[in-house]
Every structure is written in C-alpha cells, then in structure tokens.
Design a protein around this ligand. Structure first.
Ligand code: HEM
Length: 153
C-alpha cells in the first residue's frame, strides 16, 4: 500500500469520527434541547446514534490499521517521534471511551426508548453526552499533536 493511501484513510477516519462528534455536540444537541420534548428528543438520539456508530466503528478500524501501518513504514515504534506515541495512546483511550459508550449507556438509551422509559433513557443520554464531550476534546487535541507535534517532539 502506498504511504499516501494510508494517510488518506487515516484522515478520512479523523474527519468522520471527530467531525461527527463535533456536529452532535455543538449543533444537534443544543438544537434538540431547544425544540423537542423528551418523548421526541430521546428517540431522535437513538436513531441518530444507530446511523452514526457503524461509521465510528469503521473509523476506529481505519485509524488503527492505517496508523500502525504508517508506524511500520517509518521504521517501527523505536524510530517514530514522541508525538506519534502520544497519538497512539490518546487514540487508544478514545477507542476505549467509544466502546464504553457503545456497550453501556447506548444500550440503555435504546432499551429505554423502546420501553418508553424516558427517565432512564435521559440518564443514559446524559452519560453519553459527557463521554462524547471528553472524546471530542481528546480528538481535537490529537489533531493538534499530529499536525504540530513534529515541530517539537
Ligand atoms: C490509535 C492509533 C493511531 C496511530 C497508531 C496513529 C499513527 C499515526 C501516524 C504514524 C501518523 C503519521 C505522522 C507523520 O507523518 O508525521 C499519523 C498522522 C495523523 N494522525 Fe494518527 N494515529 C492514531 C490515531 C489517531 C487519532 C485518533 C487521530 C485523531 C483524532 C489521529 C489524527 C492524525 C492526524 C490528523 C494525522 C496527520 C495526517 C497527515 O499527515 O496529514 N490519529 N497518525
């Protein structure tokens, strides 16, 4: 595989995952709070995540595989800069946070919405919001580290 193909795959993964979190957090969430009652808002979020999360799984795989491939091309873990090690560690933390969202509160949100138990669905959504806020912040930090890190570390 050409190195540029790996960078392309890597950047597409970043765009889909971080861009999707940015849209959800900064635009859709406040708009949904402003315009919808819980009985409409919570099913909207369940349906939104049902469509977005398969793309996040794909992005996670794309980022991980292309990132490790690039490290191999650059001569392995010993040869790459500290900023790439930092990206790998922060990327793994982001992935663990996503798995946590997917297998715990997202499940509860879906079940709560299916049973029309708005209280438990709202509690699950509040947890998802916190975790996605954390992942969005780490994601933006990783972009800074990936692009500017080469200058310093
Ligand atoms: C989890 C495993 C990851 C590994 C092993 C990894 C590894 C790498 C490597 C080796 C490069 C090439 C650096 C260079 O050419 O100087 C790179 C570039 C980059 N990575 Fe990652 N990365 C990972 C996750 C992430 C994540 C989660 C993000 C963002 C949220 C990210 C954002 C970027 C960006 C923006 C670039 C710059 C692409 C370019 O050259 O234009 N990476 N990554």
């Amino acid at each position: 595989m050409d190195q540029r193909i790996a960078v392309l795959v890597h950047v597409l993964g970043v765009v889909v995952w971080v861009g999707g979190m940015f849209f959800a957090y900064v635009a859709l969430r406040p708009a949904a709070v402003q315009t919808l009652e819980p009985a409409q808002r919570l099913p909207l979020w369940a349906a939104t995540f049902e469509r977005f999360f398969p793309w996040v799984w794909l992005s996670v795989i794309a980022l991980f595989v292309s990132g490790l491939y690039l490290i191999a091309v650059y001569g392995g873990f010993g040869a790459v800069g500290l900023y790439i090690h930092t990206m790998l560690i922060l990327g793994l933390i982001m992935m663990l946070i996503f798995f946590r969202v997917y297998f715990a509160p997202y499940r509860r949100l879906k079940n709560g919405v299916a049973a029309q138990e708005w209280k438990s669905a709202a509690a699950a959504l509040a947890q998802i919001r916190v975790l996605i806020g954390i992942n969005l912040s780490i994601g933006i930090a990783v972009i800074f580290i990936a692009i500017l890190g080469k200058l310093w570390i």
